[in-house]
Design a protein around this ligand. Structure first.
Ligand code: 2NE
Length: 272
């Protein structure tokens, strides 16, 4: 494929294709792509780049190798003061910022999952807009087993997707679920043979790239608004403002102010 352009990061790989797809890959396969604060910071930087690159329409999140998408927070550097330690000893739970960044990114974000999506890694795929799973994918939460939990999107958004009973089962029993079980629960959009994972994911992305960017953006905000309270409404309303700024009616107000005259909205009809 043509996902070739490389950027320099330590914990992730970042590629952008000529046809509008960005790919962010957690590159820590030796720890099943567990994330540390630096991993998350690099993902945030790459996601921001993809968001603000007007040539990018869809973003893929994935993990290096076939064994794991992501196994959550790196337990080897989990500290005693409320988070995961960076090199200077500061404790972070910055993956929660990344989750919000994925939700508010106005472009579709697609999780491409081979192997384990576990713990905080499971919540990461959950908050992506779509999930394409390989037939070797395994899903689950481990929090109550390892002394952690995600009561944010990991709880409420998961329950919206799989229902309250199933969400409680996933969190209370900490079982692992295979790709077919995940499909049945609505946790993933499709399951494909491992060898076809990237090809199929890129095909889904290209299908979205054929569609109206503004329609996709507004639908993502609209679907978020239902779960995200005032923040969700703000996002959707922001898109309405963006569209209004593009109209002659909106521009008349700005022009009148700048030209120091009264605005004339008389020619704009009131739609039923
Ligand atoms: C992912 C899983 C199921 C894979 O099992 P397996 O048998 O394929 O591999 P293995 O041997 O367990 O792991 C291979 C190497 O990766 C490391 C392991 O320690 C091992 O390294 P060595 O000990 O041989 O040196 N590794 C795997 N996951 C790691 C992790 N998360 N942190 C550090 N090292 C890791 C199995 O490995 C597993 O269950 N992993 C732990 C999953 C987990 O509990 N994640 C944390 C959940 S809490 C969280 O993510 C979180 C949150 O709840 C709230 C906020 C932020 C984060």
């Amino acid at each position: 494929n043509d996902l070739t352009q490389n950027f320099m990061f330590e914990d992730i790989l970042y590629h952008k294709s000529a046809d509008g797809i960005a790919k962010i890959t957690i590159n820590r396969p030796r720890v099943r792509n567990a994330f540390r604060p630096k991993t998350v910071m690099e993902m945030e930087r790459a996601l921001a780049d993809a968001r603000f690159d007007a040539d990018i329409g869809v973003i893929i999140f994935t993990g290096a190798g076939d064994l794991a998408f992501c196994s959550g927070g790196d337990q080897k550097i989990r500290g005693d003061y409320g988070g995961y330690k960076d090199d200077s000893g500061v404790h972070h739970l910055n993956v929660l910022d990344l989750q919000r960044q994925i939700r508010t990114c106005p472009k579709p974000v697609v999780a491409m999952v081979a192997g384990y999506a576990i713990g905080g890694g499971h919540v990461l795929h959950l908050v992506c807009d779509l999930t394409i799973a390989a037939d070797n994918a395994v899903f689950g939460q481990t929090g109550p087993k390892v002394g952690s939990f995600d009561g944010g999107f990991g709880a409420s958004y998961m329950a919206r997707i799989v229902g309250q009973k199933k969400a409680r089962e996933i969190w209370f029993l900490c079982r692992q679920y295979n790709a077919e079980e995940a499909l049945e629960m609505g946790l993933v959009n499709t399951v494909v043979p491992l060898k076809d994972l990237e090809k199929e994911t890129v095909a889904w992305c290209r299908e979205m790239l054929c569609h109206s960017p503004i329609a996709l953006r507004c639908m993502k905000a609209a679907l978020n608004a239902d779960c995200d309270g005032q923040t969700g409404l703000q996002e959707l309303a922001g898109d309405a403002t963006m569209l209004f700024y593009m109209t002659e009616e909106g521009q008349e107000g700005r022009n009148a102010f700048n030209e120091k005259r009264k605005p004339d909205f008389s020619k704009f009809k009131r739609n039923p």
